[in-house]
Design a protein around this ligand. Sequence first.
Ligand code: PLP
Length: 469
Amino acid sequence: MNGMGDRWNMTTDIRDEDPEISQIIIKEKERQRKGLELIASENFTSKAVHQALGSCLTNKYSEGQPGQRYYGGNEFIDQIEVLCQKRALEAYGLDSEKWGVNVQPLSGSPANFAVYTALVGPHGRIMGLHLPDGGHLSHGFMTPSKKISATSVYFESFPYKVDPMTGLIDYDRLHENAKMFLPKMIVAGVSCYSRNLDYKRFREIANENDAYLMADMAHVSGLVAAGLVANPFEYCDIVTTTTHKTLRGPRSGIIFYRKGVRKVLKNGTQVMYEMERKINEAVFPGLQGGPHNHQIAGVAVALKQACTPEFKVYQQQVINNARTMCTAMQKRGYSIVTGGTDNHLILVDLRPNKIDGARGEKILEEIGIAINKNTCPGDKSALKPSGLRIGTPALTSRNLKEADFEQVVDFIDRGIKMALEIQANCGPTLKEFNAKLHEDESVKAKVAALKNDVETFALAFPLPGHEDW
Ligand SMILES: *Cc1c(COP(=O)(O)O)cnc(C)c1O
């Protein structure tokens, strides 16, 4: 050991240096390994992505753009960011004459906020899908008593909704409302919606109001790269995404923007897009400081993987597995919002089962299955969601196939039936439900037995990523 390393503990393994943190990490890894991860926004990254994330790149400051940095020593950082940009365009088949890309946003929400900052301006108007209808917080969520998302604080947001009968986006109503609200930007993007978006229809509505159309493809960006769902690049001016959902990279965000001619006026004058400088400046120096270079390298690795035939096979399997789950749930009498799925997730409406999303989520958590409660179209309160959002990307990365997902559905069904039994034998509040779950010996034994079955099943599927510790 040299003096410095020894004195400042710079070379000690984390397990010796910080047992408290490392032991918690090891427990989390065990949780991931023994459990069934069905949260639609999660995935397992590859070992190569983990290695980029754990690299020396986290040490470097590189404010600015490649070739124009505020710090020295960025020769190799520049190469990484340029490669990441090039791969991002390639992964979506984009021509660098027509599209530009910024890979510096720290995550999906900051990417969206940067776009609004660049193009909408203070108190400019934005229309996004209502959060309880499947939209994302960052599209402008607010309640009657509170502006929840900063998007609704610094911009004026007005939501569009799904039809409560069909669960499908009500484009006609969006069309009518947009004519009155006159948004500067329409956001086409979803966090809980199992159907393809009609980008062409969004484009027509945006054009009528001279609005920008931004797609936020966070959930489906892996499926878009594989060419398996509707492609937002055909119709949108801007496309943002996270990189850690179906795309299977590290946590980060990307903004794609069009370049060149936006439209030609009747008198023949060309109106240009001019978004490149505005978006780059909104990201830095507007909202962020130094880019997270280890993340950018991890995104570059994931994008390289996204261009392989194996990635396409993976994404097709994600969809096949979601369809299998959907049919298997329906066979057991569960109601699926919109009646099916075109992508990686299903939304189960538990109202006909006479149980709510919170109790469903709770019991499944107890048996080692991670899903999340979610509002269903027509829910009266966002605080008492009546559905469960279930996604297949993560478990498909653990190599589960259709038959395995039939087994997963069986576990879920057993869990829900157990919840119904508990509910029938306790008071009406969630607190009483939880008390029964944690205190009644016979309930505890049944839960433990089912959890054991789930763990035994899960352990047969290796976890991708680092095997070191
Ligand atoms: C997940 C998600 C985001 C936000 O991503 P974070 O990285 O959590 O900030 C943005 N938009 C949509 C549609 C999402 O699903």
